[in-house]
Design a protein around this ligand. Sequence first.
Ligand code: HPA
Length: 272
Amino acid sequence: MEYLQQIKEASEYISSRTNYAPKIGLILGSGLGELADTIEPADHFPYGEIPHFPVSTVSGHNGKLVIGKFEDKEVVAMQGRIHYYEGYSMKQVTFPVRVMKALGVEVLIVTNACGGLNENLYVGALMLIRDHINMMPENPLRGPNLDELGPRFPDMLHTYDRELIELAKQVASEKGQEVFEGVHCAVTGPTFETNAEMHMLKVLGADTVGMSTIPEAIVARHAGIRTLGISAVTDMSGMEEVTHESVIKAANEIKPRFIDLVSGVVRKTTLA
Ligand code: HPA
């Protein structure tokens, strides 16, 4: 079935079953999904129930849309995201962003657990994404452009919204939290990086590395959604062995500060 029709069916399925009209979207990275439990009251949509929605297969990624009230705003959160390494196409990975746009989302907060490359970072650090380096082999916009969804050749200069970055910094400073700003790089995974690869990524100018976020940010840019990217450093690349378990453990420790930061940003975001 045609992509546009799939987006329409998925968004109509959702909007006919909720009274909320979310304008803020949240994509919650590995170990950070608990934020969605604080969206209250809320309607829940397991991915498997939504027409054409891909289903997340990784443990630690729950796999449902949570739509409801958060900081007095109506939001739609992905508790569990879809990764390219699971075998999905980039069109599937970014389908939820298209559906968010169809639901009326204007602002996207896209988050991840990642490896820290910049030596100023540390396990537990939060970094606001200023720019990215896309090392994934497929661009989600490859293929015929659907003009209804956005332009053929989108500019990438303002992918990460400056005002949202400044707002997040302000929130962090009010809460006495340290936040960094830097360049995020995405690789396909599921392997973590070799030492040589980490060295290469550092030389290229990446501060953090992960297996997600950039495809969604590209599609959000294409769709005209203002985006804030937040990387949560769950390991310092090259320092010691990284496992999915160590990532989840570190994410758990970051979670309270992460929730604090995101709630502050949502509270203070002004919508059109
Ligand atoms: N590399 C890539 N992805 C990751 C990492 C990492 O070190 N940590 C968490 N996700």
